[in-house]
Write a protein that binds this ligand. Sequence first.
Ligand code: 48F
Length: 261
Amino acid sequence: MRVKSLPENEITRIIIDHACRDWIENTSVDVVVVGAGPSGMTAARYLARKGFKVVLFERRLSFGGGIGGGGMLFHRAVLGEPADEVLREAGVKLTPVGGGIYVVDVAEMIAKLASSAIDAGAKIIMGVTVDDVIFRDNPLRVEGVCIQWSAVQIAGLHVDPIFVRSKAVIDATGHDAEVISVAARKVPNLRLELPGERSAFSELSEQVVVEKTGKVIDGLYATGMAVAAVHGLPRMGPIFGSMLLSGKKIADIVESDLRSK
Ligand code: 48F
């Protein structure tokens, strides 16, 4: 068997050519999702499936956010109905444990949430950190994000970011609600204070995180644990139903806002 290959410079040229095409295509999109955890990948899947142009930026070089750690590194997660439907649609195997609760394997959940978002048409770019928003006033609104290579941030280099414009930005960054936090700090007149999440109360939190999922200001939305940080809600630990349902709900809210414009 002869394995085909290329001269080294050709490998370089093809990579840079195609990566740059992706970047140029994604400088202006319908929706930027920040964070490839359970809520972000779910939101990206449903929005792409609805026909929107979606780019998801993830700081790390891997998918999944808090899924992979399961509960204290035990590689299983639980979730309750009706969130099982979100995983069933992605082909994840669910084992019922009674009372409408299911247990899943975290590696399978990560892989299939990511592949279903990509198959639906969402573009996921890893190794990119969103470090600020673009805003406009009269009326006050968010119109995109500032992005930076995560490696530049980790190295502590002084490098200006670049910009991606969008009709909607979804903060799916988890417990610290990083995008909304920076907007609260740096956008004048927003008058938004983030109380941060509270201690654990899983049953309550699974309910209220989904209920409170929504718009923060025009163009800026919260999903997943970012919702708990914005509204001062309790944490729930390794039960993931609300993360999936919050991602699905924010996709519906963004769709309705974008279609009514
Ligand atoms: O933390 P994460 O999994 O967020 P989530 O969707 O789910 C929370 C659960 O995993 C769990 C829980 C409930 O069951 O308590 O913790 O709310 O995923 C957030 C992702 O966002 C990335 C981060 O690396 C992670 O993969 N991220 C965070 N900040 C940024 C970011 C940023 N500024 N730019 C890009 N990615």
